[in-house]
Design a protein around this ligand. Structure first.
Ligand code: P6P
Length: 334
């Protein structure tokens, strides 16, 4: 059976959209090229001097690893010159990344985490690039921050690249979720997982139980629920936690389950949790809902949250519908 490349898939989607101009297709192709460049570096990280730290820290107060910096600069350099964006926001950059005046502007806004899970880089654990695409709300001229601070439900597309045992691209444009696997021998992403659906009920929960003492009572009740075989289930869930959001999310997307990153009291900056709304929670929430799952902050749908700042953090409960509903029930949501 002839393999479908992601480029062919994008063209099929473009032909099906009467208003399509081809700009969106070109934007995703630029992202794909950037991901191939990042994948090449990630896959030889152990062999060249890209491991270790640059010595700087990013807006999140996290030590920046050389591959983080490399991935961030590849994405910014390529996408700034695409002529398709009017602004970008990266998890690594404090402020909005504008398009220099000497470069052509477009109508799209790209928000990304260049290399999520980077704390795992030096030990060969899967990491990934997460992206979210919005359309500007204003007509033209300099982009305002308000145009970027849109609810996740406004995303025109979202997805991630996973640099693991193979490099995968999983994305949605609002018409289901599709997975592509990079065939390095031809340098193409080939359709490997069409129309992905997450099981309604999982058997895995993913949370860093090391923070138990910092959680409030309902959060402990939630985690205890998934640990206990007594709750109308034959056996307890399995706990799987890689410490790389993209990897934990990707496994649960296929096997079913729930990923939890609750707020905790160990650090005032984490009062709303550790994960970022715009570049992590929103894109993955878009994907999981398209795959039949749910994503909430404990009570509210992630995609309904009105952002008020670029690096806003949010508690995240994401995965199989029935498991996330259980979280909402215990937190007292509707
Ligand atoms: P913790 C990686 O730094 C990250 O942002 C996510 O990829 C991951 O899920 C989370 O942090 C892990 O955080 O506090 O459990 O180490």
């Amino acid at each position: 059976m002839p393999q479908v490349t992601v480029t062919e898939q994008l063209l099929i989607h473009q032909k099906a959209s009467p208003m399509a101009t081809g700009r969106f297709t070109r934007l995703l192709n630029e992202l794909i090229l950037a991901a191939k460049i990042i994948s090449r570096e990630v896959n030889k990280a152990g062999l060249v001097n890209v491991l270790g730290f640059t010595g700087e820290t990013n807006i999140q107060g996290e030590k920046v690893k050389k591959l983080d910096e490399f991935a961030n600069s590849v994405l910014i350099h390529r996408l700034q010159r695409s002529g398709l964006l009017c602004a970008m926001s990266s998890e690594e950059n404090a402020d909005l990344i504008e398009i220099p005046d000497n470069l052509k502007q477009g109508d799209y806004i790209l928000i990304f985490d260049p290399l999520d899970g980077s704390s795992n880089i030096d030990v060969n654990v899967s990491i990934g690039t997460i992206f979210s695409i919005l359309r500007r709300t204003g007509e033209n001229g300099p982009v305002t921050l308000d145009e970027v601070l849109q609810k996740g439900s406004e995303q025109v597309a979202a997805g991630y690249f996973l640099y693991g045992t193979s490099t995968m691209m999983v994305y949605s444009t609002g018409d289901g979720v599709h997975g592509f696997t990079l065939d390095p021998s031809v340098g193409e992403f080939l359709l490997s997982h069409p129309d992905i659906k997450i099981p309604e009920q999982g058997k895995i929960y993913s949370v860093n139980e090391g923070y138990w003492d910092y959680w409030d009572k309902p959060t402990r009740e939630i985690v205890s629920y998934f640990k206990s075989p007594a709750n109308q289930r034959k056996k307890p869930y399995s706990m799987r936690y890689i410490g790389s959001l993209v990897s934990d999310f990707h496994r649960n997307l296929f096997y079913g389950g729930i990923f939890l990153y609750p707020r905790d009291t160990r650090d005032p900056r984490l009062a709303s949790g550790k994960l970022r709304l715009l570049c992590e929670a929103n894109p993955l929430a878009f994907i999981v809902e398209q795959a039949g799952g749910l994503a909430i902050d404990g009570k509210n749908r992630i995609l309904d949250i009105e952002p008020h700042e670029l690096h806003q953090r949010v508690p995240l409960f994401i995965g199989s519908k029935n498991d996330v509903q259980k979280v909402r029930e215990i937190y007292g949501g509707d």
